[in-house]
Design a protein around this ligand. Sequence first.
Ligand code: SF4
Length: 178
Amino acid sequence: MISPDKDCRLCALCEGRTNLVLPSGDLDSPVVLVGEAPGENEDQQGAPFVGRAGQILNQAMEDVGLERSRVMITNTVKCRPPNNRDPEQSEMAACRKYLDSELSGRKAIIGLGKSAIRDLMGYEGPMGPVVNTRQYIEINGERILFIPTYHPMACVYRKAAREELRRTLAMVKEEFGL
Ligand code: SF4
């Protein structure tokens, strides 16, 4: 796995970051969860999904009996976008080589939310038709299972989204014996 240098300046997101946010969890897991971008807490602590979204993700994992330490968690970009805006296409492209190296050789990739799904699957439509479907994407010439699902923040006020996220996590727990 290749990681950006702590002084990486390949895109403009370097301007506002406090810390790079690199993957956490089991770095050898067959399953990787990919979110959009670090937020304020993640930027401060240098770890993914440690703020409000992380709490919701932790709860969903606990609900289905999946330990967070059994999967790897990362983001499409490793630096926080200003004011938590969506990362731009050019920023995701600049950071993509790091993401590809994190995803290479995995059994399944879970795309959390629209930005991750757009970056990895090239899909820009509504979430409903693709959530919890089995897609395949190519990473470094290898075909890997890709399951789109809701971002934890989309689950705050939406019970149906929360249930779909739980369903995704239960599915990978079962399929990969996590
Ligand atoms: S987002 Fe990625 S490419 Fe851009 S500065 Fe940060 S580590 Fe480098």
